[in-house]
Every structure is written in C-alpha cells, then in structure tokens.
Design a protein around this ligand. Structure first.
Ligand SMILES: *Cc1c(COP(=O)(O)O)cnc(C)c1O
Length: 338
C-alpha cells in the first residue's frame, strides 16, 4: 500500500520498541536508520561486502550470533539495495529465517531491479519502496509498503490513518500517524509507472557509457552486477583505488563543482555519523569496507534526462583530473582495488 513513511510503519508493525536491537546496513542513506532512532531502538551497523556493496551476510550472521550469546536477540534486520544494486538478499533472508528474525527489505532506490527473475522488494517479510523526488520514479514524496501478511497490511493501513477504529465515532486505541499518501500523489505515481521501464533503460545505458569510457583508466573500478542480478542503475558509481589516496574523491568533487558538474560522494557510512556515535558496528574485517567506500567512491550524474553531450563533458572532465593525478604520481599498471 502507498504510504508516506514506509520504513517507520514497517518498524511499528513489527512492534519495535525502546532498546530493541535492529540490525541495519551501515552503508545507507539516513532514511533507513532514522525510524529506528525515532522508536529509541538500537541500530547495530552491519558492514558491506565487496560484490554488491550491500549488507555482508557473514557479518550479519556474526552480529546475530554474538548478540544472542549475550542474551539479546535482535528484533529485526533492515537490508538495503543501494544505488539500485540488489543485495545478496537470498542469503540474508535465509539467515533471518534460520534465526526467526523478520526482514525489512529497503528497496527505496531499487524499483525494477531483479535478483535473477525476481524483482527486489518481494524478498522481505516487509519491503519498502520510495517515490521521493530524487528516486527513479516519483510522487514528489512518499513510498510504498509491501507484505504478504494480510494482518500486517491491515495494521499498516490502520496506523497510517491515525489508528481510527472502525466504529461510527472517533475512537483511538493506539497512537496513529498521518502517513497515508494523498490521492493526488498516488495518481502521479500511476502515471509514473508507465515510464519506469524507459527510465531504467535510460539509466542503464548511462551506466554502460561510463563503464565503456572509464574502462581504459587505470585504478577506476565499477559497481558491477553480481551473478545474474540486474540493477536499475539508479545511480552510476565508480571507485578510485588506493593509489589515488583518501582525499581524491573530495578533491575531484571540488574541481568538478567549479565546472558546474555535480558529482556526489558515496554515502557516508552511518557509523561515522554523529547521530550513530557509540553504536555497535559489526564486520568480518579489521577496517569497515563501508569506510573505504566513502573515501574511494563517487556517484556520477545519472539522471534519466542527462543528454549524451552532458555525459561526454562529465567523462572528459573526470578523465582530465584522473590523468593529471596519474602523471603527477606516475601510477603503475592497473591492479585490483584495496
Ligand atoms: C530515499 C530512501 C528512503 C526513503 O526516503 P524518504 O525520504 O523517507 O522517502 C529510504 N531508504 C533509502 C536507502 C533511500 O534512498
């Protein structure tokens, strides 16, 4: 159903309360974490794996086992398909099922992406989509909550409309929310669904052009599709390997800003955010991969309306900076990333 705050509603349906543990992806946009904090529950931040840059199933298992051993069973897992790239969601779901922990699948950025033949947003016990202004299709704000559990679906509808009981007068036994999407927005969304495939095609060809253009550049790597997965390529991202140094993406952003080209740093991981200070983070490595991603990665201009000429300008500008950097430090032949 269509809702304005689907992640928050998902947590309310799962009855997440103060001090409950919620295992969250460390590498995400803050919209995934904030609803956990609204409820005064405790996010535990799970590292990413290098194939999809999303939640690492081994780190997830480790976090579950360690917390259960300390007598605290996590109440929920929230996994994300970042930049449209499907996470290892089958493995994640299997682990959740094994420990009987409900999975919330945050497919906000990944409408239309697939794991083999199955669309993302259909793996979680509850899945959510976002139609916020910057997403691949938009209703200006809001999103959708998807579940096979009809009791939960009814509960979501009820809570989204101020928890009004089904009696002739206004009766409220639970705290409710004004989270229902307006008919006007929903109407826009229905129209947008018609252009979804076009948008995906456009974004996928933008990614393909970037990959082709940067393939020759030593030290640039791509967020490639893993296995037989398909990404909607909401955002095209690239990474600069360790030879460039931790400051390069930030310097590049400053330089391109001056030329009127907007690139973005990759998401700054949640464990580096002041609102998450002191929270437990779990990895199978000594340094969080999510931190490396922040210091090595950028999101390229990827809007469906980006023209070929605009994209070539972006490519030229980045190549100039990269080759400038290369010659300065005489970088040796390409080898694999950190
Ligand atoms: C956009 C987004 C959301 C939802 O954001 P809203 O502004 O609440 O619609 C949730 N998770 C991720 C990863 C997102 O990118």
């Amino acid at each position: 159903m269509l809702e304005r705050r689907p992640v928050h509603l998902a947590l309310k349906i799962l009855n997440i309360q103060q001090d409950d543990l919620v295992l969250c992806q460390d590498f995400t946009f803050v919209a995934t974490i904030n609803p956990v904090l609204y409820e005064k529950a405790v996010p535990i931040l799970i590292d990413s794996e290098p194939d999809t840059l999303n939640m690492c199933p081994s780190a997830l298992r480790k976090a579950i086992v360690e917390n259960i051993a300390q007598g605290k069973k996590p109440k929920s897992v929230i996994a994300v398909h970042l930049y449209g790239m499907p996470a290892k969601i089958r493995q994640i779901k299997k682990i959740c099922d094994e420990f009987e922990i409900p999975l919330v699948e945050d497919a906000a950025e990944a409408l239309g992406s697939k794991v083999r033949d199955q669309y993302v947003g259909t793996f979680g016990d509850i899945s959510i989509f976002s139609f916020n202004g910057n997403k691949i299709i938009t209703t200006s704000s809001g999103g959708a909550l998807v579940t096979d559990n009809s009791e939960w679906a009814d509960r979501a509808r009820y809570m989204a409309s101020q928890s009004k009981e089904n009696v002739p007068y206004y009766q409220h036994n639970d705290i409710g929310y004004n989270y229902a999407m307006s008919n006007l927005s929903a109407g826009i969304g229905c129209g947008q669904m018609e252009v979804l495939q076009e948008r995906i095609d456009a974004r996928r060809s933008i990614y393909a052009r970037y990959e082709e253009a940067f393939a020759e550049v030593e030290g640039i790597t791509f967020q490639q599709e893993y296995g037989f997965n398909l990404s909607n390529r909401w955002l095209s991202t690239i990474r600069f390997d360790c030879r460039f140094g931790d400051a390069f993406p930030f310097d590049l952003k400053k330089a391109l800003d001056r030329e009127g080209i907007e690139i973005r740093n990759m998401w700054k991981p949640m464990h580096l955010q002041p609102i998450c200070s002191g929270l437990e983070k779990v990895s199978t490595k000594s340094r969080m991969l999510t931190e490396e991603l922040f210091y090595s990665g950028i999101c390229l201009p990827s809007g469906s309306a980006l023209t070929k000429d605009e994209q070539e300008k972006v490519i030229d500008s980045i190549k100039k900076k990269v080759y400038g950097h290369h010659s300065e430090f005489s970088i040796p032949a390409r080898h694999s990333v950190v």
